[in-house]
Design a protein around this ligand. Structure first.
Ligand code: UDP
Length: 434
């Protein structure tokens, strides 16, 4: 079973493959993970498709003949590489629009193809139609099974008998999620520079394979003055630097509606901008957020940090994210659109109160008022700020939401819930007509 996507690290798909691979291998299936090679023009096109599938204009351009030509040339190069790798009896799972153009070759040589789409919106608009018109001819004739996060994300032309709805899940034992004491979380955050603390050396952690690792790199941090004291309540959003994550909106919501009257600090953290291969917008979004940060007043700036986390060692990065989510007083995910939102699941699993937008897959995760709080209109900064304040002002509510979130994550979003669905899908694809 060969999974193919477009980045080895730094987003939800890479995170999920890290969960799926060991499980599949544990079920005695020889599972592999390949990453395609693209170039800046290719990833600009696929990022445009990504935005359009979320119903957003992105760069405002449509997908025309020039895009088709370039997309196909990159797909052809990757298919050439793949042809030396696949053999009879394999099954290939292609992830997202970045790999859709490889389905034809696989189908031609008799390899069953599953296409998993991690993004989408309920309903459609001119942008989703543009993206689906582009993707349809690469998929419809060749794909044996489709996997979507929500059935509403699938376009009408996907046959119902080939449509599988499987929600993502998180690995409770991975460095991203494994147990960590509050003391250890503080030591890690203090070492990398995000919270204040006594000078100390690199912090040990356990790698996924059980061998020892150490957090030894620092974070790149934009801040004014010293880092927040270790006991200051932290509002934390961990996301790729993507316009749909609205990091700048979180910052304005915080300084305008939360900062005065609390001791809270805000940490906006994402990967170093060169690290996510298929995300060409990261540097622009970080730079734009930084410009807006510079325009804040001094006392506001001193309560907001923009953090780029080291990515050279993905497990070290995961442990820092784990520490940040555990240390947070509130975990925020104020996305404008969201396929699923693994950061929400990760925070819920850690028993943290989450404030997140009622968009896409987030609404499937949080039961409002029980396992987190939903912001109905993510562009309404006053609503966002008031929702964060409810948690900061009410420690009992914070505990109740955290406990509810953890229960919900354990019940619905650990891998055991989706293993049976994967088995069903594989059987259907490998034994057609059975
Ligand atoms: N993430 C990470 N390091 C970072 C930023 C994000 O490991 O510096 C992870 C985050 O913990 C989560 C994933 O990237 O597991 C993001 O997945 P999500 O579904 O929230 O959003 P996506 O990036 O897929 O849009």
């Amino acid at each position: 079973m060969i999974n193919i996507n477009s980045t080895p690290a730094g987003g939800g798909v890479a995170e999920m493959l890290q969960v799926l691979l060991p499980l599949t291998r544990g079920a005695d299936i020889d599972a592999r993970w390949l990453v395609i090679e693209g170039n800046p023009q290719f990833f600009a096109i696929t990022k445009r498709i990504h935005h359009h599938l979320h119903g957003q204009p992105g760069d405002g351009k449509v997908l025309g003949g020039a895009e088709v030509t370039h997309y196909e040339s990159v797909m052809r190069r990757n298919t050439d590489e793949l042809s030396a790798f696949v053999i009879d009896g394999d099954i290939v799972i292609l992830h997202d629009p970045q790999t859709a153009g490889m389905a034809r070759f696989l189908s031609d040589v008799g390899i069953p193809v599953v296409w998993r789409c991690h993004v989408g919106i309920d309903g459609s608009n001119e942008w989703t139609e543009d993206a689906w018109a582009f993707l349809r001819s690469y998929l419809e004739p060749y794909v044996d099974a489709y996997v979507f996060t929500r059935s509403q994300y699938a376009p009408d032309w996907v046959p119902k008998d080939r449509l599988h709805v499987i929600r993502p899940s998180i690995d409770p034992l991975s460095p991203k999620n494994h147990d960590m004491s509050a003391e250890n979380a503080r030591a890690i955050l203090s070492y990398v520079g995000i919270v204040d603390g006594p000078p100390a050396g690199p912090v040990p952690f356990l790698r996924a394979d059980g061998t020892p690792g150490r957090v030894e790199r620092f974070a790149d941090i934009i801040q004014t003055g010293p880092p927040p004291p270790a006991d200051a309540p932290l509002i934390v959003q961990v996301s790729r630097w993507d316009p749909l994550k609205d990091m700048a909106g979180v910052m304005h919501g915080f300084v305008e509606h939360v900062l005065d009257g609390t001791e809270a600090h805000l940490v906006l953290a994402g990967p170093v901008v060169t690290a996510v291969a298929d995300d060409p917008e990261a540097a622009v979004v970080l730079n734009d957020t930084w410009q807006q940060w510079r325009a804040l007043r001094h006392h506001q700036r001193s309560r907001v940090q923009l953090v780029c986390l080291p990515m050279s060692d993905v497990q070290e990065n995961a442990v820092i994210v784990n520490a940040l989510q555990r240390h947070a007083a509130v975990v925020s995910q104020k996305s404008l659109a969201e396929g699923f939102g693994l950061t929400v699941t990760e925070a819920m699993y850690k028993g943290k109160p989450v404030v997140a937008s009622a968009v896409g897959g987030i609404g499937d995760q949080i039961v409002d008022g029980e396992s987190g709080l939903l912001v109905q209109d993510p562009r309404n900064l006053a609503e966002y700020g008031a929702t964060v304040n409810r948690i900061l002002e009410d420690p009992l509510l914070a505990v109740r939401l955290g406990e509810g979130g953890r229960r919900r994550a354990i019940d619905a979003f650990l891998p055991d819930t989706s293993l049976g669905q994967w088995e069903e899908l594989l059987v259907a694809v490998m034994t057609p007509g059975a």
